[in-house]
Design a protein around this ligand. Structure first.
Ligand SMILES: NC(=O)c1ccc[n+]([C@@H]2O[C@H](COP(=O)([O-])OP(=O)(O)OC[C@H]3O[C@@H](n4cnc5c(N)ncnc54)[C@H](O)[C@@H]3O)[C@@H](O)[C@H]2O)c1
Length: 434
């Protein structure tokens, strides 16, 4: 497909005006790619039919070229929930038996983090195409092993980093690379919630099985559950990988309630080779600021979550008198002493943003299951396309690999109270997106 065809196709699905080299994996979302697999069906098995597994099922049932032929979960109530959608699918409680089912071409893995790498490695070895939920692995070594296995088997591997397929992120990154906000001088990510992150447990022996996120034996907490989504923003916007990370993490609130041992309050600073910093902060006992992913440039700012652009030099709104009235109305003058301004807000109250595209779909980040219209559906469609064609799209795995590696490295920096760099042995070939 040439560039013109790609752009025209992408326009139809909301990816209008994008730069092909920035988003090579989107080729599989185009109309032309859909035509390529028309009338064909990918035979899929799902491993892990808990909340995210069932979220994917709700998309899969609407897709014409998918047949779910096998389901696996070692917790019977979850397996039965999923089986209602696919009464003809074979049911398993051991994923290795699902992998032996010959007509399963692709698997979707939506199990707790500590199982991602072992299950992905086994599935790739069994010749299945694989979509594994984020994060890619529980350790730095596991991620490398999975990456190498995909290469060795020449298989298909997608990780559940759906922002790479979210139209507003695609549009925003195009604008950033075209210079709309000037030089990128900062990246701010944060994710705040105020809930205990627990799920109801029908009986006490199931506590760790159901609430695996809260225990470091199975999960790396906020870094692998939330940060991995946001950490790809810096590399994507800056066209380079961070050089070092420092961080601080603590369990400050929810320990009063239970026996969890993952942090509920984390901050990390990643520094890029040009000195620019990317921050990530998450607290789950205060939600006032919600979720934010902001790319700060010398001429303006883009908030990826809300799809808003803010100029640092907004056009003046009407006459001086109108501006004065607007300032008084917005409270900017309320702290002024009679003789002059002792404090005035910086430009933000005076710089209303503009949406970067029509029909921006905004998600709050509150759902622990996943949100509609955040790229999840497009990501799944791309995987189904790859299952049928056997073609691994360019660069999508490398982006996901580094998102997880930097989430894990930051977690390690917090635990060791050290400034850390990614060891050379974990570096894989990476061509920056630009
Ligand atoms: N991409 C996103 O936005 C997004 C959103 C939510 C969750 N997730 C990811 O999806 C994954 C699952 O999260 P979830 O919220 O659905 O968790 P969950 O606990 O609801 O579901 C996990 C399922 O795996 C099953 N399971 C556990 N061990 C198993 C085994 N050995 N064999 C077979 N099944 C097993 C459990 O019984 C459960 O049904 C996590 O990695 C999470 O990070 C991604």
């Amino acid at each position: 497909m040439n560039r013109k065809e790609f752009l025209s196709d992408c326009g139809k699905i909301g990816f209008a005006g994008v730069t092909l080299s920035l988003f090579p994996w989107l080729q599989s979302c185009s109309d032309k790619a859909k035509q390529e697999v028309k009338g064909e069906k990918a035979r899929i098995g799902i491993i892990g039919t808990g909340s995210r597994g069932c979220f994917h099922i709700k998309h899969l049932v609407q897709m014409p070229n998918v047949e779910v032929v096998a389901l696996c979960d070692n917790y019977r109530p979850h397996l039965e929930d999923a089986a209602q959608y696919y009464p003809k699918a074979k049911l398993y409680d051991d994923y290795r038996h699902l992998l032996e089912q010959r007509d399963v071409e692709g698997v979707i893995i939506a199990t707790p983090l500590y199982l991602h790498a072992p299950m992905t490695l086994d599935a790739l070895s069994a010749g299945k195409r694989v979509f594994c939920e984020k994060s890619m692995g529980y350790t730095l070594d596991e991620c490398l092993e999975v990456y190498n296995k995909r290469k060795e088997t020449n298989g298909v591997l997608f990780i559940g980093q759906q922002r790479l397929f979210d139209p507003k992120y695609i549009k925003a990154m195009s604008m950033i690379h075209e210079g709309k906000i000037g030089d990128v001088v900062g990246v701010r990510n944060y994710w705040y919630r105020n809930n205990n992150w627990r799920r109801d447990v029908p009986s006490p022996e199931l506590e760790r099985h159901i609430n695996w996120r809260l225990y470091s034996e199975y999960s790396r907490g906020l870094m692998t559950e939330l940060a991995c989504h946001q950490l790809q923003n810096g590399s994507w916007a800056l066209g380079m990988l961070p050089e070092q990370v420092m961080g601080s993490g603590h369990l400050v609130h929810w320990l009063k309630e239970d026996k969890r041992d993952v942090y509920d309050c984390v901050s990390a600073i990643f520094t890029y080779p040009n000195g620019v910093n990317m921050t990530f902060e998450s607290i789950i006992s205060n939600k006032h600021f919600g979720m934010g992913e902001q790319i700060l440039g010398t001429n303006g700012t883009i908030d990826l979550v809300t799809g808003m652009y803010y100029s640092d030099e907004p056009a003046p709104k009407g006459s001086g008198m109108h501006q004065l009235i607007a300032q008084i109305e917005s409270g900017v003058m309320s702290n002024s002493v009679f003789a002059g301004t002792s404090w005035a807000a910086e430009s933000s109250p005076l710089a209303p943003g503009v949406p970067i595209m029509t029909n921006v779909k905004v998600v709050t980040g509150e759902s622990t299951v996943g949100a509609e219209a955040d790229g999840s559906r497009e990501l799944l469609e791309a995987f189904i396309h790859a299952t049928i064609t056997g073609r691994q799209p360019e660069k999508v795995l490398e982006e996901s690999y580094y998102a997880t590696q930097f989430a894990l490295l930051a977690d390690k920096a917090m635990h060791e109270n050290q400034i850390l760099r990614l060891d050379e042995k974990y570096k894989i070939p990476y061509t920056p997106l630009k």
